[in-house]
Design a protein around this ligand. Sequence first.
Ligand code: SF4
Length: 374
Amino acid sequence: MIYIHIPFCKQKCSYCNFHFSTSLQSKDEVLSAIKKEIFLRKDELQNKTLQSLYFGGGTPSVLSGDEINSIVDEVLKYYSFEKDIEITLEANPDDLDKSFLKDLSKSPVNRLSIGTQSFFDEDLKLMNRAHNASEAEGSIKRSQDFGFENLSIDLIYGSPTSNLEIWKENLNKTIALEVPHISSYALTVEPKTALNDWILKGKVANPKEEEQNKEFYYLSDFLKDNGFDHYEVSNFAKPGFYSRHNSAYWKYKEYLGIGPSAHSYNGSDIRSWNVANNQNYIKKLNANLLAKETEVLSSEDQFNEMIMIGLRTFWGVDLESLKDKFSDETFQRLQSEIKQKLADGILVIENNHLKIPEKHWFMADGIASDLFLV
Ligand code: SF4
């Protein structure tokens, strides 16, 4: 699978610390560099038939239909696509107007991941999103009118502008819109963000963990009652609508990340990441050089990642593959570490897979880190 990072956004959301630029001046140069990188790295993926291609960002919907097609064509020069390949484009509601959707419906993109975040203006203002509540709803309906059924929306819970009642309304609207996939995250306060600054200055209240906990479990129960599978801590899908791309990440498959700040993984012990700076990225690629750094993962790193990622999913961690991959000593250590947690019901083993029961998923990262090798 291939991930393409489009490092541009119209404006900076108050909580975001991803890599992007709000100036589109270097867009053409970045796109040329992305195509060059696809060429230079054409032999890195073992599997030449792709199951998924994912445009993430940033905001890939700042591109035109032609620009998106030209990147897909570049990938197609070196890879073939599975017949039912999933091609996802992350899109912001304010970009999904009729003319863009018309172009997109003629492209191979067959899945949209829409950055809705909330159907309430108060929340959207605090988040400094580029769209309002009516665009949030309209963009979903328009996408469906143009034939995009495989839709995911992002929703953020636990904002200081929200509460359980507002959150319930957000979820009611989501169900009424018949969206088959939802990614939902707690509002987190990252360093060097406007949100962090406002909180430090006392202009905005800190999100309350207790409130977030309540909203998370309401979300999980409500969506399951409405036919969704809760297949990863932050992800819910109707059967048949799981994200193929993200599911492959969670199953430790190899992937190639193209574009500034994109990460790649060889499915075993090599991880790399591109420079998170558009100008440096362009310069390197113009000189026919890759803009990446590479790290060889130690056995401990690989073990910790398998635990961290696997315990966030409803598949859990396959104990058989852990046993095959790591030393007897590591496996025995894990067995003794999990004993008490199994007795306390914080972990369970089903079909030889180690899992966190869903009622403890809000704490999944903490539970996983207790099992890490240091
Ligand atoms: S649109 Fe996405 S990537 Fe861009 S600033 Fe907002 S949250 Fe960050």
